[in-house]
Design a protein around this ligand. Structure first.
Ligand code: 6GU
Length: 239
């Protein structure tokens, strides 16, 4: 997958591509990335990238000229363009799965009060928000989306890990324990030492349901309509 990130702060984004699992995906050629600095496409000696909004109001708006030139430099009109903004549709695991099928995605990172609407009208396919709160930086929001999407691409991480995790079937995860068996007087649940595979699976599913019910009852309602959840519950039936 090719990723192009259009930003005023490429350094914020760069570091992420050089770390850990993402660095490995880049090295293996699964991910190719390009950082496009909007400031490189300004036309005045002050390299101005923003101005006041027409009609008044607080904050600054990113100028259409440099942003449009930055987008043209990567032929964005013919690519899938995502603008990350608190005014977008909510980003979910389903949206991530949809984006993971794209060969190439352009991310526009806004700052300040956003970008000129004419840029959105001309170039943007998807306006996406990562949650009901306001970040100062579109860069962080883009990285959240990129991280969620690239790990769904074949070969990045194992399909077993993907199947087990929260949101693949709509339930939250079960608690995990590792060595030592006793930590500061706290023990691990006996069932995990039993070696009884089916009992462990049953315990884990019970834990997932209890946790989801406690903190995200909205998800549980959805999971009950989900085939993957029903199949698991059926296989592990307690009788
Ligand atoms: Cl996508 N951008 C910004 N700046 N803030 C946000 C967001 C995006 N999603 C939630 N808050």
């Amino acid at each position: 997958m090719k990723l192009k990130i259009v930003t005023l702060f490429p350094a914020i984004v760069q570091l992420y591509f050089e770390m850990s699992t993402m660095a490995r995906a880049v090295k293996r050629g699964i991910i190719e990335y390009t950082l496009v600095n909007i400031r490189d496409y300004t036309c005045d000696k002050h390299k101005t990238c923003d101005d006041n909004p027409y009609g008044g109001g607080v904050g600054m708006v990113i100028l259409p000229e440099p942003l449009g030139c930055a987008l043209d430099s990567i032929d964005a009109l013919h690519k899938h363009v995502v603008y990350v903004t608190p005014s977008g549709i909510p980003f979910t695991q389903d949206k991530a799965l949809e984006l993971s099928c794209e060969k190439e995605i352009v991310f526009i990172c806004g700052r300040y009060e956003g970008v000129d609407q004419r840029i959105i009208d001309r170039y943007v396919d998807d306006e996406v928000s990562i949650g009901d709160y306001v970040l100062s930086s579109g860069e962080l929001a883009s990285l959240v989306i990129i991280d969620t999407v690239y790990r769904l691409i074949d070969g990045v991480i194992s399909t077993e890990s993907l199947d087990e995790e929260s949101f693949s079937d709509g339930l939250l995860e079960y608690p995990q324990y590792t060595r030592p068996e006793e930590y500061r007087g706290m023990n691990i649940p006996d069932v995990l030492l039993s070696g009884h595979h089916k009992h462990i699976q049953q315990w884990r599913l019970t834990q997932r349901i209890a946790k989801t019910l406690a903190v995200r009852p909205d998800l549980l309602e959805r999971a009950q309509k989900n085939d993957s959840f029903a199949k698991k519950a059926n296989e592990l039936s307690w009788n």
